[in-house]
Design a protein around this ligand. Structure first.
Ligand code: CO
Length: 435
């Protein structure tokens, strides 16, 4: 049986080459639900049963459906994910030209697998700040949507040991080749800004600044005997974002309030004004309490004390070619349901009560669930879960679909796991935070 949502996920990923674009894609989904945009600078008038959202700094988002009860009485059912992905950030000011070959300078964003970026068609996406004729700065999003760069490997004849593993330094080997027409010396305008200006139809001099990345230019696809796999860039963690938004859209309004939060900057530690390690979510929740009849700090804290958060982020799925890297018994398999991630040092926020609650929602929805534990002699990654839990004081469980090749330019996950995650999250939103 084909997956219900795998193709939608592929479309979501392909239209979200950067966290900025992911917000536009997410907003389109929310507007389809009839959600109203809020502005952090204006007064809010929130009504029970209605859905609202706000975007901070073009890259993080909170959506809320106000429950029939005040949040202090029934709490928030919160699901959160990150919208950024590890990869190659473009140093838009710098271009390197040698004998006519022009390369764009890059730096790593987060922890990408360097070798996965080599010999792969790359497009360019991100946001550009343009100075308009009236002198005001304007934000424009850019996605070339077609290959504009490639990082060619070294011929094997220069390194016969190549297949034993190669280091690709970010400052030299990983510079993407972008043009064969470079003049010698540093050009007045870098390739990235020249290209951005041409794509946007503006003069290069009007571009004030930019945040651009190279992204895999290939399309996402569903494959396997029965369409059981998804191969796509940024599955970590656009899968989580899409699952949350889809479940949020499908959940019926209840007595408690539903919250969906997408954070930028998880891959670099979350410590930004729009990341999970900030006052962002707590401030917004406090404001929702205050603008739905809550009285002061006590009602805010009562609301948080009644809340629950599901942190959704990819899990390392069992890989048949590297079985010795995994715990023999508790490594999640693709297409066997969401994995609940736990760790003694709380790199994942899951505790016993949180795990029990998530298992209950899965079981009630007829969704299988699994357990992910890293081998005891290896350290797992982390998520927004523990960070957000520390800021909110809200019980949090860390869950995610298993995937292969996490942090590669292209990852592989199970199509059915995406369906399972959506059903489980819809069950959580519907049941509410009371456990
Ligand atoms: Co992640």
């Amino acid at each position: 049986m084909p997956s219900m949502h795998a193709h939608d996920l592929c479309e979501f990923i392909d239209s979200s080459p950067s966290a900025f674009h992911a917000m536009v894609t997410a907003v389109a989904m929310l507007e389809k639900l009839g959600a109203t945009r809020l502005d952090e600078r204006e007064h809010w008038n929130l009504e029970a049963g209605r859905t609202y959202f706000l975007v901070r700094d073009d890259a993080s988002l909170v959506a809320v459906r106000i429950g029939a009860d005040a949040p202090a009485e029934s709490g928030f059912a919160i699901a959160g994910a990150h919208a950024d992905a590890p990869g190659l950030r473009i140093r838009h000011e710098k271009t390197v030209i040698d004998r006519g070959l022009e390369r764009a300078a890059v730096e790593a964003y987060g922890g990408p697998i360097h070798s996965s970026w080599v010999d792969r068609p790359l497009s360019m996406a991100g946001r550009i700040i343009v100075r308009g004729p009236d002198g005001r700065a304007q934000t424009r999003l850019l996605d070339t949507g077609r290959p504009v760069a490639i990082i060619p490997n070294l011929a094997i004849h220069f390194n016969r040991e190549m297949n034993k593993g190669v280091e690709y330094p970010m400052h030299s080997a990983l510079l993407p080749l972008v043009s064969g027409n470079g003049e010698s010396g540093m050009p007045a305008v870098s390739w990235a800004l020249r290209t951005a200006a041409r794509e946007l139809g503006v003069e290069p001099e009007s571009i004030v600044s930019a945040e651009l990345s190279f992204v895999d230019a290939g399309a996402s696809f569903v494959w396997g005997d029965d369409g059981e796999f998804i191969c796509a860039p940024r599955i970590d963690n656009l899968e989580g974002c899409h699952a949350i938004l889809t479940a949020f859209g499908a959940a019926p309004a209840g007595s408690h309030s539903h919250v969906a939060v997408l954070f930028d900057n998880e891959e670099i530690g979350s410590g930004t004004q729009r990341g999970a390690d900030s006052a962002f979510l707590r401030d917004i929740l406090a404001r929702i309490v205050a603008t739905t009849g809550g009285r002061g700090v006590e009602d805010e804290q009562r609301a948080l004390a009644r809340s629950f958060c599901v942190s959704v982020d990819g899990a390392q799925g069992w890989h048949p070619s590297y079985a010795d890297k995994f715990d023999e018994d508790f490594s999640p398999l693709l297409n066997r349901g969401p994995a609940i991630k736990a760790n003694a040092n709380v790199r994942y926020a899951t505790d016993a009560i949180g795990e029990a609650a998530f298992r209950t929602w899965c079981a009630a929805a007829g969704v299988p669930s699994q357990r992910f534990r890293m081998r005891a002699d290896l350290a797992p990654g982390s998520t927004i879960g523990p960070i957000s839990a520390a800021h909110l004081g809200v019980r949090t469980v860390d869950v995610g679909v298993p995937m292969l090749a996490m942090h590669s330019a292209r990852e592989t996950a199970g199509s059915y796991d995406h369906d399972y995650m959506i059903v489980a999250l819809k069950g959580f939103y519907t049941a509410g935070p009371d456990r």
